[in-house]
Ligand binder design. Structure first.
Ligand code: URP
Ligand code: ZN
Ligand code: ZN
Length: 486
């Protein structure tokens, strides 16, 4: 008679707050015991010499979503989750994206229809709110929050998705009243549109002008504005995909004032620069995302902010549009100008190895910081902890086993998404997840992926703990309660 379904034996087990050498016993998909010399498992994995970590939680990725200019992501729920699993990630939180005129309920239903039969690892959803009608604000959002969709992203740019400041305030008020985290894409739309118009009038159409149209101050202004709007409503916010110094300064400024402002950055702001947008021919399009990658000095500042705790999360912002495909980046035609090229870069599978190699191996981040930034903090922020993001008795057995000495030159040919390029081609990394377990199932081992479409399941998110912060009112009138404060 065996004691566990599976035992991972003799690994170096690390979490965001502890490390030990020993075993993990797994039963019914959950961690049942941890320690030395555990009893036998029906299955055993020898992890001697390996690092055993919580599987990654990638809390910002776009899967089977149509972009603001009408291009479908290349990955569906099978290829995206397969790619995530092969890169050591065991939970993803993509978006159910409302386009104007749509009911959010219907949107959520249709994303479930896509995800349910195909996902191979577990997932939750953020909502994207682009049409905050009275029905959405008064009924759909509160009901969806109760049902476990406790975070929503709003855009301050992209004509098709963006909210006005007033609409943004309405959404913030719902978040405070009903208990949700608002994620903000912070870029000033009019500045971008104005710059882009003038660039195009001057005949400047190449991918590199994407970055010229969206200088750092565009992000700085929108970041500061978002912070001020959230301060007025007195609710936490999270600024997503922060690209560099000036937005970081705004987050630091807010934190110094005691505001609950959280930050996320992504590998593209650590590994790519605006020079990548100036590669020959159309190649620059492979590196186009919003906000755009900045320069080496900004990369250093982003690293420093990771070390200092300005960021809670490093996510991929996986937004995969194929390069050599009429339905991809250049759907608008081979001569598309920078405004017409689909924005976004892939990164689900390489997020962890890139950050581990350049962060932990090069001494920029401790192992605990790495695990917090790539798994635990996201689970906590979005109400999935302790089910996800940790190795602890009672948590799901979502585990990545790493060969920390493995040297890999990143190449699209190694990856398991549905893309035809990676912007990280040719980057050398040391350390790679060689085994991934999703709720105790081995889905990736020694180069072999093995999971059935539909074996991943949907998780409802709890109320984000950040919402429990004590009030910090700035006006005598409480605009959410609609009355003067006592
Ligand atoms: O360029 C990006 N980041 N594309 C994906 C959509 C978004 O704004 O996150
Ligand atoms: Zn965004
Ligand atoms: Zn995104």
């Amino acid at each position: 008679m065996t004691e566990f379904d599976l035992v991972i034996r003799n690994g170096h087990v690390a979490t965001s707050d502890s490390e030990f050498d020993g075993d993990i016993g797994i039963t019914d998909g959950k961690i049942a015991a941890m320690g030395e010399g555990l009893g036998e498992g029906a299955g055993e994995i020898d992890a001697a010499g390996r690092l055993v970590m919580p599987g990654g939680v990638d809390s910002h990725c776009h899967v089977e979503q149509i972009s603001s200019n009408g291009v479908w992501t290349a990955d569906d729920w099978f290829t995206a989750t397969r790619s995530a699993a092969c890169g050591g990630t065991t939970t993803i939180i993509p978006f159910a994206c409302q386009h104007r005129g749509q009911s959010l309920r219907d949107v959520v239903r249709s994303y479930h229809d896509l995800a349910g039969p195909k996902a191979v690892i577990d997932y939750a959803f953020h909502l994207i709110v682009s049409d905050p009608t009275a029905q959405v604000l008064g009924q759909e959002l509160p009901a969806l929050i109760k049902d476990g969709y406790t975070s929503f992203k709003i855009y301050l740019t992209y004509d098709a998705l963006m909210l006005t400041d007033r609409q943004f305030l309405d959404v913030l008020a719902v978040a405070r009243r009903d208990g949700a985290m608002v994620m903000v894409h912070a870029e000033n739309n009019d500045m971008i549109a104005w710059m882009a118009e003038r660039l195009l009038q001057a005949g400047l159409r190449a991918p590199k002008f994407h970055a010229v149209a969206r200088p750092m101050l565009v992000e700085r202004e929108a970041t500061h504005r978002s912070i001020a709007l959230a301060e007025l409503v007195d609710v936490p916010i999270l600024i997503v995909h922060v690209s560099g110094a000036e937005a970081i300064e705004q987050i630091r400024w807010a934190r110094d004032r005691g505001l609950k402002v959280y930050g996320e950055t992504c590998p593209q702001y650590l590994f790519l620069t605006e020079d990548d947008l100036d590669r020959p021919g159309r190649e620059g399009a492979k590196h186009m995302c919003s906000p755009p990658p900045r320069d080496a000095a900004n990369q250093d500042i982003v690293w420093k902010a990771l070390q200092d705790g300005v960021f809670e999360v490093v996510s991929s912002d996986h937004a995969p549009y194929r390069f050599d495909d009429p339905e991809g980046k250049f759907k608008a035609g081979p001569d598309a100008h920078f405004k017409q090229i689909a924005n976004g870069v892939p990164g689900l599978e390489v997020r962890l190895p890139l950050l581990y190699s350049e962060g932990v191996r090069k001494g920029r981040l401790s192992l605990k910081q790495f695990i917090a930034l790539t798994a635990t903090n996201a689970a906590k922020l979005y109400g999935l902890y302790p089910r996800k993001g940790d190795i602890a008795v009672g948590s799901d057995a979502d585990i990545a086993i790493w060969d920390t000495e493995r040297k890999v030159t990143i190449s699209q040919s190694l990856l398991h998404d549905n893309m035809d390029y990676t912007p990280y081609e040719g980057i050398d990394v040391t350390g790679w997840p060689i085994t991934t377990l999703s709720r105790g199932r081995v889905v990736w081992r020694d180069g072999v992926f093995d999971a059935k479409p539909g074996s991943g399941v949907f998780y409802r998110c709890d109320t984000p703990p950040a919402l429990d912060a004590p009030p910090r009112p700035v006006t005598a009138f409480d605009p959410v309660e609609g009355r003067l404060r006592p």
